[in-house]
Design a protein around this ligand. Structure first.
Ligand code: EPU
Length: 440
């Protein structure tokens, strides 16, 4: 199987890239569609490995899912026959745990494996399990099989307050609460725009869900029925990757379509370092007008600087004059790219920064007995050279590709199917702005 890129880097990349639909919206809408009493049509669904894996998984449950046009997906869940999620495919994709909701609504009982996904930390689902229990679901975990057995004898009821926000946890509880006879309050809910897109999709189909800041109020309805096809908005993580590539390669890339509000924090940071950013109604353009300066970032949930953006930011900081620090607060293992970037000549060290109250500061479940590496210092500017690299997680994959594209000479990146879990037509898009890349 072709699973590597060969990249010859070192030149400015210029041109236009049309963004694909958002992975982290498409996955949730496909799962939500299983809870509908009508068929569902989703437009602008990215054909990426995670989406194709999820489609395979829901077909194993009995659903029908076909692309009718290049990115238009038609889902019919009227024949859902199984209430047990396949272990192999379910454990490959983390969002599979969101299947609890449609399966519980359809069968009142289901078996869902412990989730998989990118290797960016332990990623427990304790808050999500507690949330489901608060809404009346009983759950037992069988360590010998790796399955959760969940039962929901009655319509969901009750409220839940997240001890710390969770993006997909919020989405699962919203979905679970959307059908029934009760009103449910989800407090300290996460604020990511992808969650609001799910809410918009459900409300267009008869749901009654309101957000008031960190509180989401869900009035259960008897059924969800789609009236019109729903178009998924563009992927803001993909936007960040191509913006970074434009600036780091000293090039000039325009992208569209993208909503400015979903990227405000990132755009502010770019302006701060002196990068060229032009935003119009039609598109965004990124370029390098002057030498850019270094800037520290600290990740946090929306509206903060997103954890998915920091690996890309690290490459950009290798090209600035001075030192910068990246502090990762959301996941406990999001620096897999550091060792790889060092192979290309980047000077990056792990550093210890004193934190007053780490249990509050970090968004993962902080364990004082464990050792964490949550901050790096990057020294710039560094001229990167080619090397042989391996991808360990999705956003690290895009980061290594950016680094190889700005490095002088040839690089090989192994394990790119992980990158392609989240980036559609990556090779074609890079070539369209002049990048030398081929898949082998
Ligand atoms: N957490 C727990 N227990 C829980 C839930 C979360 O400890 O029950 C921890 C997580 O391990 C993490 C932190 O809380 O350390 C925040 O996790 P959250 O639940 O908010 O993240 P997620 O829902 O698992 C989604 C995206 C991620 C994105 C984050 C932050 C999807 C499918 N995934 O993850 O996207 O980084 O929110 O916005 O929507 C990616 O696309 O590559 C990706 C990892």
């Amino acid at each position: 199987m072709e699973d590597a890129y060969v990249i010859t880097g070192g030149k400015p990349l210029e041109g236009y890239i049309k963004l694909s639909g958002a992975k982290n919206v498409a996955l949730k809408l496909i799962i939500a569609a299983l809870q509908f009493s009508s068929t569902v049509t989703l437009e602008n669904v990215p054909k990426i490995n995670d989406v194709l894996e999820l489609i395979h998984l829901i077909k194993l449950l009995g659903a029908k899912a076909e692309f009718v046009e290049s990115n238009t997906l038609h889902i019919d869940s009227s024949n859902l026959t199984s209430h047990k999620v396949d272990l192999l495919h379910g454990s490959k994709i983390r969002v599979s745990f969101m299947l609890f909701s449609p399966l519980l609504h359809k069968f009142r009982e289901c078996f869902v494996p412990n989730p998989g996904g990118c290797r960016i930390g332990a990623r427990p689902i304790d808050r999500i399990v507690e949330g489901m229990k608060s809404l009346g679901v009983t759950l037992e975990y069988d360590t010998t099989t790796g399955y959760y057995n969940a039962r929901m004898p009655r319509d969901p009821s009750g409220n839940y307050h997240f001890p710390k926000p969770s993006h997909t946890g919020t989405e699962l509880l919203v979905l679970l609460a959307s059908i029934g006879t009760n009103t449910i309050h989800i407090e300290n809910a996460a604020l990511e725009p992808e969650i609001d897109e799910l809410i918009h999709f459900l409300n267009e189909s008869g749901a009654r869900i309101q957000r008031e800041g960190h509180t989401i109020v869900v009035h259960g309805v008897s059924e969800l029925k789609q009236k019109l096809p729903f178009e998924i908005q563009s992927d803001r993580n993909e936007a960040v990757t191509f913006a970074t590539l434009a600036i780091a390669s000293k090039g000039n890339i325009a992208i569209s379509p993208i909503q400015e509000h979903s990227l405000t924090t990132f755009l502010d940071k770019l302006k701060h370092i002196g990068a060229g950013v032009e935003v119009s109604k039609q598109q965004m353009r990124f370029y390098n007008k002057n030498p850019i300066s270094s800037l520290n970032v600290e990740t946090s949930p929306h509206p903060g600087f997103m954890t998915d953006w920091q690996p890309n930011w690290a490459v950009l900081m290798t090209q600035t004059k001075g030192e910068s620090i990246i502090h990762e607060r959301v996941f406990e293992n999001r620096f897999s790219y550091v060792e790889e970037l060092r192979k290309l000549g980047a000077e990056i060290d792990f550093i210890k920064t004193p934190i007053q109250n780490p249990a509050d500061f970090f968004f993962f479940n902080f364990d004082p007995a464990k050792k964490y590496n949550q901050a790096i210092r990057i020294k710039g500017p560094q001229k990167l050279h080619g090397g042989v690299l391996t991808v360990a997680d999705l956003r690290a994959g895009a980061t290594l590709a950016i680094a190889a594209l700005i490095a002088e000479g040839e690089s090989v990146i192994n394990g790119v199917s992980i990158l392609e879990r989240g980036y559609e037509n990556f090779v074609e898009k890079i070539r369209s702005v002049g990048g030398e890349i081929s898949k082998i």
